[in-house]
Design a protein around this ligand. Structure first.
Ligand SMILES: NC(=O)c1ccc[n+]([C@@H]2O[C@H](COP(=O)([O-])OP(=O)(O)OC[C@H]3O[C@@H](n4cnc5c(N)ncnc54)[C@H](OP(=O)(O)O)[C@@H]3O)[C@@H](O)[C@H]2O)c1
Length: 374
């Protein structure tokens, strides 16, 4: 059987090339299965890798007789961080779903033959993915691969955020870019677990999406009353931890300032109110690539760190991981449902206009790759 893979390659002269490569389908080892991928999301992190920081306005179609694809220029300041990628044909896509078409000799592998599975693993932007059975999640067989395509990254991140919140002694949280697929999942999860969540968005359409799924606290940071309303909601909910997907600009610092203003004793607040609890900010995305600006008008009982799902999951152990996977499988079409604007083939992805459009990372604008359409 022939495989087809969507390749991202950086040439020695600093150009990005995207093209489809034909290869042989590999044989399964004992505990592996071969999945025909039918749905794989273009998540923000995948797009970052796939497009390698190439300037979007330079993306153009090229045909050299044998090969059809896309080329684009990578600015020097971005290229310097990507030197190890030069000349390597990489396949991106960190999750997806499809049907198991071949299996290794282990009982666990054979049990998945013919089944629809969600997968977490590097390289879902290809028709046939060879993967260990432990990286597969058998989903309800009435569901389509599209419904299982985003069963790992965002669902496990939402669940992990609540674990981090609880382990830090916090009882309520703040999230930014909150109308994202992940933000909507987090809101539905918080409703189910009765955890107060303050959602921060940047326009009224996004606020409406969250209110429609039952969000009680939604704020638009473009609104003139933002700071006052944020402090009111922090006091009402007791939120002392914030997760920020935006990263750049002043919002992250403002969240720390507001939590400190409401809860810290050196602001004249009552000493019993969340006394001794460190206000914490986790930056978990870079939707705004400009520098993070912290104008510190708060004291010293605070912390800032990055949050990365894979690092968090490495620390939780196999039993807890199994529990989280089961929670996701049981709630895939409710709490952890995702939405996509468009489903495209690999050939369809080799289109500058499509690549620019999916890079806008708009609310509801996520693209889904279906490599079996090629
Ligand atoms: N650290 C981790 O381990 C981890 C794991 C999973 C996800 N994430 C991050 O979580 C975020 C959401 O992921 P997703 O898959 O749910 O994304 P998504 O569904 O594609 O949604 C993206 C959201 O970001 C908003 N946005 C885009 N650019 C923005 C900007 N400059 N300022 C403010 N908002 C902006 C969009 O709103 P508009 O419509 O206004 O553009 C949209 O609501 C991403 O940053 C992703 O990288 C991180």
């Amino acid at each position: 059987m022939e495989n087809r893979r969507l390749i991202s390659l950086i040439t020695p002269d600093g150009r990005l090339e995207l093209f489809i490569e034909k290869t042989k389908v590999p044989e399964c080892l004992e505990n592996q299965v071969l999945v025909e991928v039918q749905a794989a999301p273009f998540n923000p992190i995948d797009l970052k890798g796939l497009l390698a920081g190439a300037t979007l306005s330079t993306l153009a179609r090229v045909t050299d007789g044998k090969r059809f694809g896309i080329q684009g220029s990578i600015p020097n300041n971005k290229l310097s961080a990507l030197l190890s990628r030069i000349g390597k044909a990489l396949v991106f896509g960190r999750e997806g779903a499809g049907v198991v078409v071949a299996a290794g000799t282990s009982a666990a592998a054979k049990r998945l033959l013919g089944k629809t599975v969600a997968v977490k693993g590097d390289g879902t932007y290809q028709r046939y993915l060879l993967i260990d059975v432990n990286s597969c999640l058998k989903i309800d067989q009435d569901l389509s691969p599209r419904q299982g395509a985003s069963a790992f990254i965002n669902p496990l991140t939402a669940l992990s955020m609540l674990m981090v919140m609880r382990s830090g002694g916090h009882s309520a949280l703040i999230n930014t870019a909150a109308a994202s697929n992940l933000g909507q999942m987090l809101q539905r999860l918080c409703i189910a677990e009765e955890v107060p969540l303050i959602n921060i968005v940047r326009n009224t359409q996004q606020a409406r999406i969250l209110s429609a799924i039952g969000a009680r606290y939604v704020l638009n940071y473009e609104d003139g009353r933002f700071s006052r309303t944020l402090e009111k909601y922090i006091l009402e909910t007791g939120a002392t931890v914030a997760f920020d997907a935006i990263g750049g600009g002043e919002l992250a610092g403002q969240l720390l300032n507001s939590m400190h203003k409401v809860f810290s004793e050196d602001q004249g607040n009552p000493p019993t109110l969340n006394a001794g609890l460190r206000k914490h900010l986790y930056i978990y995305g870079g939707l705004n690539p400009s520098p993070t600006v912290i104008k510190r008008s708060f004291g010293l009982d605070w912390g800032i760190e990055g949050f990365l799902l894979d690092t968090h999951l490495r620390g939780i152990g196999g039993t807890e991981m199994e529990r989280l996977r089961n929670v996701v499988a049981a709630n895939l079409t409710t709490i952890f449902a995702s939405s996509y604007e468009e489903e495209i083939s690999m050939t369809g992805a080799l289109n500058p206009e499509v690549l620019v459009r999916m890079s806008e990372l708009r609310t509801g604008g996520k693209y889904l790759l279906n490599p079996s359409l090629d």
